[in-house]
Design a protein around this ligand. Structure first.
Ligand code: FAD
Ligand code: NAP
Ligand code: SF4
Length: 676
């Protein structure tokens, strides 16, 4: 079915032997379901929702072809292939016109295995073990294992396979000299270095036959100082075409490179021009990806001629109906991926179940469902921050009559502060989504209404939900009431002018965001690709080796002098998100922000902030001290209500402020609203 608004996105793509119904690919993501109890049934349910939601093609999470290739559910036996049938049968039954390909992922030196392998015994900066350098026999085994795995994937009912040759995984480590020091026919010249991926592809094609999809993910710009030149990328891509790939997928960056490619601070579609350049010289269709999270962005990528297919991975976690809503012109109902990584990649690397901050149903499709309520109740939700919004919209969607109150003039709670931080512009999308869900589900919204216990009429509501959030902690420091002390709320709302020399007490998520806010000058690089490229030292235009060789990041020093401090002796910023924290630390360091740990706060007076660090007193002569010292639950309303004998439910920060974030607030509220 065509779409007037997104004609390119919804145009079919003829691959010769088969046709993709549209250009929307759900990109590969390891979810952990592969190894979970009843994992294949859960995976099937997860994929089927995305099939019903309109995707044209799905690439599964990476499946290792053997034991040394990576952890988890490998595919090397007929019994294992049988398990995958649960997924492929379900997907094909739900969408006979949807293709599903299995990703064969050999992690090489990044595998969390002591017996991990690589072309040479060189440990990756981000690998756990030093890999075993492969001998000729070992190389043959690895190729054969890929081919055998591909044959089993076809036996299991997949429409094809994707093989990553990027990211620092096995195939890519053959491509560059830094990880391939071999002097035999698998190393040395570029022709020799690309022999391994080409052999994998050539032999795989021979085994799976001409009527299966074979895609390779190449390092189109690997972001390594000693990475591939643009000419080498083209040579590799052309050789892969000749070896039998149907589609080339482009990847940017090895995991060890210190350039963000998927965090929220990365501009939308920042890397697609790299794919576009390559597309001009290749015959096969190309896939592009990274930070493409709305249909208008995807359509623009196709309109520029940057790619033939747009891969969206995390956006499919955030909203399984992304494609359907786009096709029907309901894009304002899309729950947009905000690229926070908090519930997806941070969970993958933390060994936790993957889900999505804005959609806690992701990967929990068999466990968390919003079924029609047996009896409609009258529900009052007090507080329209993320917790109240999630509760109200889920409950209303299930058929309850919900009234949502907030004392502010707009919904969103602390998200209205988060969205002001340069690099967090995506938070606007979550608020747009909730505004629309309030309309679609008929939630009665009462803004500018501060609720007190006397206003909660027992006769009017069957359920009262208190989502009143938090109040900022005011630490007991001598001089905390001095006029130079400011709360982060006042800073972010622009209610106080901040001086030139500033100390920030508290280096958690909000301390870092405030440091970003007051040190930032000019355009936000997350909305400007050229600025982003300058800040991180990437040359998209000339594509030197790796895209970065010889390009110096241009740091925009802050005109303010900023000291960011914490009491803990851990390195500052350690508690930030696993996959994004490093980007914040690098950015602030480059701007000259000075970070201190192990700080004891002694006194604040007109001179500034007196501290003790490593046993020595130190005075920070500052104009302002900004307090970002965590949160306390705002539960006075709840206490009043329960004192009067009324039953109420607490959610979000009002329930528990310690270690609160939006992920927990939305998940808890959604789970509770699913069962009233
Ligand atoms: P809140 O968002 O605090 O909402 C509570 C609401 O209740 C408010 O709108 C308030 O007006 C209303 N209210 C209170 N009392 C009453 C009353 N008596 N009557 C009516 N209304 C009332 N989290 C993340 O996960 N990732 C991030 O990247 C992130 N970045 C952040 C950046 C900043 C700058 C800030 C400040 C927070 C950030 N957070 C982030 C934290 C996240 O926003 C909070 O965890 C989340 O908002 C908590 O949701 P909540 O609904 O419990 O509370
Ligand atoms: P937080 O991350 O818990 O950090 C609180 C900071 O205050 C810490 O640095 C803590 O360090 C300090 N602190 C705590 N008690 C103190 C006291 N009594 N005196 C002085 N300092 C004290 O909380 P937050 O920064 O307020 O953020 C709130 C939530 O929003 C967090 O859970 C966070 O995950 C979330 N958030 C996330 C992001 C993100 O990018 N993912 C961004 C912003 C906010 P010491 O105890 O060592 O001093
Ligand atoms: Fe996107 Fe964040 Fe959800 Fe991951 S957790 S899919 S990054 S919104």
């Amino acid at each position: 079915m065509q779409s007037e608004k997104y004609p390119l996105l919804f145009s079919p793509l003829d691959l010769g032997f088969t046709t993709l119904k549209n250009r929307i690919l759900m990109g590969s993501m390891h979810t952990g379901l592969e190894e979970a109890e009843n994992g294949f049934e859960r995976l099937a349910a997860y994929f089927v929702e995305r099939v019903r939601g309109g995707v044209g093609m799905i690439f599964t999470g990476g499946i290792p072809p053997n034991l040394e290739a990576g952890f988890g559910a490998k595919l090397s036996t007929h019994e294992e292939a049988e398990q995958h049938r649960i997924v492929t049968d379900a997907v094909h039954a739900a969408g006979p016109d949807v293709k599903i390909c299995m990703q064969i992922l050999h992690m090489g030196p990044l595998a969390l295995q002591e017996n991990c392998v690589a072309p040479s015994a060189i440990k990756s900066r981000v690998g756990k073990y030093k890999p075993i350098g492969l001998d000729e026999e070992g190389i043959e085994k690895q190729i054969n294992d890929h081919v055998h795995c591909a044959a089993l994937a076809v036996e299991a009912g997949y429409d094809g396979v994707e093989i990553p040759a990027s990211g620092g995984y096995l195939l890519s480590t053959f491509l560059v000299e830094k990880t391939n020091r071999r002097t035999d026919r698998w190393g040395g010249t570029f022709e020799n270095r690309m022999r391994f991926p080409i052999e994998v592809v050539r032999r795989t094609r021979a085994v799976i036959g001409p009527h299966k999809i074979l895609t390779v993910r190449i390092p189109a710009m690997d972001m390594l100082e000693d990475g591939m030149t643009h000419d080498e990328v083209i040579t590799l891509a052309k050789a892969l075409e000749d070896a039998g790939v149907n589609i080339i997928s482009t990847h940017f960056c090895w995991h060890e490179s210190l350039i963000p490619t998927i965090a929220t601070m990365v501009p939308r579609a920042a890397f697609t021009s790299v794919t576009g350049k390559l597309r001009k010289v290749l015959r096969v269709p190309l896939i592009t990806s990274n930070r493409i999270n709305m249909p208008s962005v995807a359509e623009a990528v196709l309109a520029r001629g940057d790619a033939d297919i747009v891969s969206m991975a995390r956006p499919m976690l955030a909203d399984p109906e992304f494609a359907l809503k786009a096709r029907e012109g309901r894009e304002d109902e899309i729950n947009t991926c905000i690229a926070c990584n908090q519930a997806c990649l941070d969970h993958t690397f933390g060994g936790k179940d993957v889900s999505c901050l804005v959609n806690p149903r992701a990967c929990h499709e068999t466990k968390l469902n919003y079924l029609p309520a047996r009896a409609a109740k009258r529900v009052a939700v007090i507080g329209a921050g993320p917790a109240g919004l999630a509760y109200a919209t889920v409950a209303a969607r299930r058929g309850h009559a919900v009234t949502l109150f907030d004392s502010a003039s707009e919904i969103g709670g602390q998200f209205n502060l988060a969205k002001r931080i340069p690099g967090k512009e995506e938070f606007h999308e979550t608020l747009r989504y909730y505004r629309r869900m309030i309309e679609v589900n008929g939630v009665r919204l009462r803004l500018n209404t501060t609720v007190d216990a006397s206003m909660v009429d027992r006769g009017s509501f069957d359920e009262v939900v208190v989502a009143t959030g938090i109040i900022p902690r005011r630490p007991l420091i001598d001089g905390i009431d001095h006029p130079l002390v400011i709360s982060y709320l006042d800073v972010l709302m622009g209610q106080r002018v901040v001086g030139e020399r500033v100390a920030i007490i508290g280096a958690g998520g909000i301390g870092f965001d405030v440091a970003e806010f007051i040190s930032h000058e000019g355009t936000s690089s997350s909305t400007d690709i050229d600025e982003f490229a300058r800040e991180w030292g990437i040359d998209f235009l000339n594509h030197p080796r790796g895209g970065v060789c010889g390009v110096t990041p241009v740091a925009r020093e802050s005109s303010r002098t900023i000291f960011l401090m914490q009491r803990k002796t851990d390195p500052v910023g350690r508690g930030l998100g696993r996959t994004t924290g490093w980007t914040h630390r690098i950015t602030l360091n480059r701007r000259g922000i000075q970070m201190f740990n192990g700080v004891e706060y002694l006194k604040i007076d007109e001179r500034g902030l007196l501290t003790r660090i490593n046993g020595e007193e130190r005075l920070f002569e500052v104009d302002n001290v900004i307090v970002c010292a965590g949160q306390l639950s705002n539960r006075s309303l709840y206490d009043e209500l329960t004192a009067e004998g009324l039953n109420a439910t607490l959610v979000g920060g009002a329930f528990e402020a310690s270690e609160l974030d939006a992920k927990r607030a939305i998940q808890q509220a959604s789970e509770l609203a699913a069962v009233i």
